[in-house]
Design a binder for this molecule. Structure first.
Ligand code: F0G
Length: 456
C-alpha cells in the first residue's frame, strides 16, 4: 500500500506566526491559563475545533462569487435545497446560520417542561437547547462507549435495551422525538452503525416516535460504516448517507463540519405541520425561509461542500489522518480514546496524569502544557467543562477527563501532524512534572469559555 496523500493541491496559503516558548509562557499567563482566551494569531497549530475551520475548495470560493443575494427565492437557495434533499430525501429543508440555531428552533417547538429527549450523547449545545426549553436531555450511549480503553467498531451506538426501558418508564407522550448524533462527538467522535440506526428506527416505529439525526459528521460516520460494517463495503458513501437519512424523520446539521464551510447549518423535516411551525420561528429568529441567517453565497458554498464531503478519496485521507495521529500516540503509550474517532483524538487525561485529581483539572494541565511546549491549542473536555458542585460545595467530576485535539478539514498536512505528535510526546515524557490548576474566576454557566486559573 502506498502512502495515503492529501487529495488536493494547495492554491492559497495563510502564514503561521511562530512564537518562542518564553513568549508562550507569558501569553498563557495573561490569558489566565485558559487557551480559549488566547489570540488565534498566537497559536501555531490550532486544534481547538474542527467546526467552521475547514479550508474551502476553489469551487466553493467560485460559489462565493456566484451567490445570488435575492432576499426571497434566490437561485443559491434552490441549489442548496436540492443538495440537501439529494442526501437526506427530506421534504422540508430550512437553512439556519449554524447547528445550534436549528436545535433552538426544533426544541423550542417540540421541547418544554415535562418532556424528555433521548440521544446517544447530546452535544453541549443540543443539551443546552433541550434544557433551555424546560425539557430534560438523556444520554443512552452503549456501555462500551463509556470506556476509553475498550476498542469496538461502533462505540457511538445507542443502547437499544435502555431506550426501550426509558420509553416504557417515561411514557411515549412525554417524549417528542429520539435523536442520534453521528458521529458521537462528546463520546470521542465514535461512529454509530447502520444496524443500530435500524434498531432504533424499529423501536421508534413500535412506539410511534419520530427519529432525528444530529447529522454534523454524517459523512465521516458513513465512511466508518463502509469500512467496518458487513454488507456496506461495496456501497458508495453517498448511498450509505442516503440510507441512513431514510430511517429518520428529520435532522439538525452544523454545516461547519461535514459541509466544509465556515458558517452555516440547516434543519430538515418530513412533517409538514412541524415544518410550518419551524419556518414561522425561523422568520422571527434567523430570517426568511430561503436564506435563514445566511447569505446566498454561503448557501452556494454549502451546496458545493456537500458534494465534496462524500468524495471517498477525501474521506480516506480524512479518516486516515486522524487515525495516523492516534496510532502513533498509542504506539508511544499515550492513553487516548480507542480506536481513534473521525474528527479528533481524545487524550485520556485520567490515565495520562493519574496524580492530578479531577478537582485540579488534569485535562487543563495537559492542554496548557501542549500550548507552552509547541503552541498547539487543544481543548479540555472534563471537569472544567462539565464539573459540577454538590449541595456542600464539593466538586463532582464527570465520568471522563479528556483533552480533545480536533483536526480541521483540509487545513494541515502530514508534517503539521508530525509536529503535533512530537509536542504531545514531549509533554508525555515530562508528565511527572505537571501540576494541577485552581480557578481564580468562574462564570455560573458554560464556565470553560471564560474561566481563569492559576497553577497549584
Ligand atoms: N452537534 C454536534 C455533534 C456538534 O459537534 C456541534 C458543534 C453542534 C451540534 C452545534 O453546531 O457549532 O454549528 O452551532 N460542535 C463544535 C465542536 C462547536 O467544537 O465540536 P454549531
Amino acid at each position: 500500500m502506498k502512502t495515503i496523500i492529501e487529495p488536493f493541491k494547495i492554491k492559497s496559503v495563510e502564514p503561521i506566526r511562530f512564537t518562542t516558548r518564553e513568549e508562550r509562557i507569558k501569553i498563557l499567563e495573561e490569558a489566565g491559563y485558559n487557551p480559549f482566551l488566547i489570540h488565534a494569531d498566537d497559536v501555531i497549530i490550532d486544534l481547538l475545533t474542527d467546526s467552521g475551520t475547514s479550508a474551502m475548495s476553489a469551487k466553493q470560493w467560485a460559489g462565493i462569487m456566484e451567490g445570488d443575494e435575492a432576499y426571497a427565492g434566490s437561485k443559491s437557495f434552490f441549489r442548496f435545497e436540492s443538495a440537501v434533499r439529494d442526501l437526506t430525501g427530506d421534504k422540508f429543508i430550512i437553512p439556519t446560520h449554524q447547528g445550534r440555531a436549528a436545535e433552538k428552533i426544533l426544541f423550542s417547538i417540540v421541547g418544554g417542561e415535562g418532556k424528555y429527549v433521548p440521544n446517544n450523547t447530546h452535544f453541549d449545545t443540543t443539551r443546552a437547547n433541550v434544557e433551555f426549553s424546560g425539557a430534560e436531555a438523556v444520554d443512552l450511549v452503549c456501555e462500551v462507549g463509556k470506556h476509553p480503553e475498550q476498542r469496538a467498531d461502533f462505540k457511538g451506538d445507542m443502547d437499544v435495551e435502555k431506550l426501550i426501558k426509558f420509553i416504557e418508564e417515561t411514557g411515549v407522550e412525554n417524549i417528542p422525538l429520539v435523536m442520534i448524533t453521528v458521529t458521537n462527538n462528546s463520546g470521542g467522535g465514535q461512529p454509530v452503525s447502520m444496524q443500530n440506526i435500524k434498531d432504533v428506527r424499529a423501536v421508534c416505529d413500535k412506539y410511534g416516535l419520530p427519529l432525528f439525526f444530529d447529522a454534523c459528521r454524517f459523512a465521516e460516520n458513513a465512511f466508518f460504516i463502509k469500512k467496518r460494517e458487513k454488507g456496506y463495503e461495496n456501497k458508495s458513501v453517498k448511498e450509505i448517507c442516503q440510507e441512513m437519512f431514510s430511517y429518520g424523520d428529520g435532522s439538525t446539521m452544523s454545516a461547519k463540519k461535514d459541509a466544509l464551510v465556515n458558517i452555516g447549518g440547516f434543519l430538515t423535516l418530513n412533517n409538514e405541520e412541524l415544518a410550518m411551525k419551524c419556518r414561522n420561528l425561523l422568520i422571527v429568529t434567523e430570517g426568511f425561509p430561503t436564506y435563514g441567517g445566511l447569505a446566498g453565497r454561503d448557501l452556494e458554498a454549502l451546496a458545493q461542500g456537500l458534494e465534496e464531503i462524500v468524495d471517498e478519496n477525501y474521506l480516506t485521507y480524512r479518516i486516515r489522518s486522524t487515525e495516523y495521529l492516534g496510532e502513533k500516540l498509542i504506539d508511544a503509550g499515550v492513553p487516548i480514546i480507542e480506536p481513534p474517532g473521525g474528527h479528533a483524538i481524545y487524550i485520556d487525561a485520567k490515565r495520562f496524569l493519574p496524580n492530578v485529581p479531577a478537582n485540579q483539572f488534569p485535562g487543563q494541565a495537559i492542554t496548557n502544557e501542549l500550548y507552552i511546549v509547541g503552541g498547539v491549542r487543544a481543548v479540555e473536555i472534563g471537569s472544567v467543562m462539565f464539573g459540577k458542585y454538590d449541595e456542600n460545595g464539593n466538586h463532582v467530576a464527570p465520568p471522563m477527563e479528556l483533552v480533545r485535539m480536533a483536526i480541521p478539514r483540509r487545513v494541515y498536512t502530514q508534517s503539521h501532524i508530525d509536529y503535533v505528535l512530537e509536542v504531545i510526546l514531549e509533554v508525555y515524557e515530562n508528565r511527572d512534572k505537571l501540576k494541577g490548576y485552581e480557578f481564580t474566576y468562574e462564570a455560573p454557566m458554560l464556565r470553560h469559555f471564560t474561566a481563569k486559573f492559576k497553577p497549584i
